[in-house]
Design a protein around this ligand. Sequence first.
Ligand code: GLP
Length: 239
Amino acid sequence: MEIIVCKNYDELSKKASQFIIDLIKEKSNAVLGLATGGTPEGMYAELVKAYKNGEISFKDVKTYNLDEYVGLDGNHEQSYRYFMNKQLFDYVDINKANTHVPNGKADDLDGECKNYEKNLEELGYADIQILGIGTNGHIGFNEPAEELIIPTHVEPLVEETIEANSRYFDSKDEVPKEAISMGIGSILKAKHIILLASGANKNEIMKYFNNDKISTNVPASLIKLHPHVTIIMDEDAAK
Ligand code: GLP
C-alpha cells in the first residue's frame, strides 16, 4: 500500500488526476470506477483541464460509478448521475452511453444491481477505482456492519451518513434512506484502488490505516487486503 501525503487539497487533486491521465494515455479504452462526494471534485476539474488542453480524450473510456441514491432520478440535483454530469461528463468527449451510474429509480432494484455487477464483471472490473471515505469508514455506501455484502446491492444508510450528506439537501428528511452501492467485492476486484481523503474531519478514521488490522466496522480497511492500493491524503487528513 502506497501512502501519499500532499501539502493541500489542490496537490491531492492534481496527484489523483495524474494517475487517471497516465492510465488513459496508456489505455485509451480504460474502465474507470468513479466516486462522488466533495473530495474528488478537484480531481474532476483537473481531468476536464487535461481534456481541454488536448492531453487526453475520453472517447473510448468507460466509467462505472460506485453508487446512487434510491428514489432519485438523474435530473435530481442531488443524484450522483447529475453530480457526474456536472463535474465531468458534460465537459469532456465521453460517450454518455459509456457512463454508468446505478439507476436509483429502477422498478426492479435487485435486477438493476445484478445487471450492474454483471456488466462490470464482463469488463473485468475497473482499471482504477477511485474512492472517497465516509467519516464512519464507509466506501461507496458500504456502511459499517457485522457482515458486508460482496456484489452491488441495495444498502440502507446509517444515521451518521444521512446526517453527513444532509448538507447537500434542504433538510435531513429529504436525504434518501437507501442507496444502490457497488459491494466490497466489486471494489476489491478493481486492478488499482485509489482512496482520497481530505480535511481534518477525516483524520480520526484515517488513523485506522496505521495498524495491521481489518474490520467490517471500518469497511475501508478491507482495501488493505488488495495488492495495489494508493492512498492520497492532504496534511489535514493525515495529521
Ligand atoms: C458519500 C459517498 C461516498 C463518499 C462519501 C464521502 O457518502 N457515497 O462515496 O466517499 O460521501 O464524501 P466527501 O468526499 O464529501 O467527504
